[in-house]
Design a protein around this ligand. Sequence first.
Ligand SMILES: [Zn+2]
Length: 68
Amino acid sequence: MDPEKTQKLEKMTRPVRSIPMVCSWCGAIYRIERHVIGADTKTGASHGICPDCLEKIKGHMDKGNEGN
Ligand SMILES: [Zn+2]
């Protein structure tokens, strides 16, 4: 695959609609794609939290579980 083609594909598949949301943890404004919201509601993941804080929480939860 040539990079030029991949770039083109990336542009095409890039989500057009992203919704600005405020993180209820740190107050940072981040953007979330609509399809992500749909996935979140499915998995029951809480929204209103930025990826940064989500990682923090994840790290917290994984602390007792030392895999990797
Ligand atoms: Zn945050």
